[in-house]
Design a protein around this ligand. Structure first.
Ligand code: WAQ
Ligand code: MG
Length: 268
């Protein structure tokens, strides 16, 4: 990608609550059209029109840019969100997260993880053993930014996802975000489901297992969603982790493998 690169972040709110956000790395030539598309996205959000839109643009220090490979993508078909959450929990346990921590994260996400019962702007940081929440601000959470795809990787990702019928912005953006999260120091796994009422899918991701999506992790029409990053106990240098998630520029120049959907089979 042509240099310099700029980090561009959008955050939109309505009635004082988080509505929508996005983060990219952009060339100078793409910056203006990208800014326009992010403003449009905030004004045309399905949960309402943004009342406040913040746009931040920062030049990236080239020496800091890291490169990465996207996680492999898997889909487990589930009958409904109850089965989806059981499947997600089983996979999180495989990644080393205790059932108490999983249960706590799911209850928080299902009931609105911010203190006022609304969605957080960013992610919860959860101790994978005790289930304690560790993010400094429980309304804001930690917002991952400064990650994107190279043009070539974007092209390959689009083709790969298209072959599975999955080429939409939710999947593309979530794969890139999860790709950064699973490389963060001390992160064991991530759990996510969307806050968009029509989008019921979600995923679990870890460095070893990849990006494992489930078509249903919440009921249709539900506006509450969120993200939880589970942290290995005893490895919690929180300020280093938060700095990495928010500030380290990471460009994915390689995609992972794309696997066909399989039916989830409940462990007996
Ligand atoms: N950093 C941290 N947390 C974030 C970020 C970020 N950059 N962006 C969103 N969140 C949190 C925030 O609490 C949102 O309310 C919540 O995640 C959901 O965000 O494979 O669409 O953008 O089919 O609604 C996953 C499944 C879709 C995709 C995720 O998330 C697939 C999605 P949304
Ligand atoms: Mg959303």
């Amino acid at each position: 990608m042509k240099r310099p690169l700029y980090s561009i972040r959008m955050q939109a709110s309505r009635n004082g609550h988080h509505l929508s956000g996005a983060e990219h790395l952009s060339t100078k030539a793409e910056l203006e059209p990208l800014a326009a598309s992010l403003i449009k996205r905030a004004l045309e959000h399905m949960r309402g029109r943004a009342e406040t839109i913040q746009l931040s643009i920062d030049k990236v220090d080239e020496a800091q840019i890291g490169y990465g490979v996207l996680p492999d993508l898997h889909t487990y078909l589930v009958d409904d969100y109850h089965q989806g959450r059981r499947a997600a929990a089983a996979i999180l346990q495989k990644a080393g997260v205790t059932s108490a921590a999983i249960e706590g994260a799911m209850v928080a996400m299902a009931s609105g993880a911010a203190p006022d019962g609304h969605n957080m702007r960013g992610a919860m940081l959860i101790d994978a053993v005790s289930g304690y929440r560790l993010e400094p601000d429980q309304a804001r959470g930690v917002r991952v930014s400064r990650m994107d795809l190279t043009e070539q990787a974007r092209h390959e990702l689009t083709l790969g996802l298209r072959s599975l019928g999955l080429d939409n912005a939710h999947v593309r953006e979530a794969l890139v975000l999860a790709g950064k999260v699973v490389t963060a120091p001390g992160v064991l796994a991530e759990l996510c489901w969307s806050d968009d009422p029509d989008y019921t899918a979600g995923y679990v991701a870890s460095a070893q297992l990849g990006y494992i999506r489930f078509p249903h992790l919440k009921p249709k029409g539900e506006e509450r969603g969120g993200r939880a990053f589970f942290l290995a106990a005893g490895e919690q240098n929180l300020s280093e982790l938060i700095d990495y998630l928010q500030c380290k520029p990471l460009l994915f120049d390689h995609i992972g493998q794309f696997h066909r959907s399989r039916q989830w089979v409940e462990p007996s």
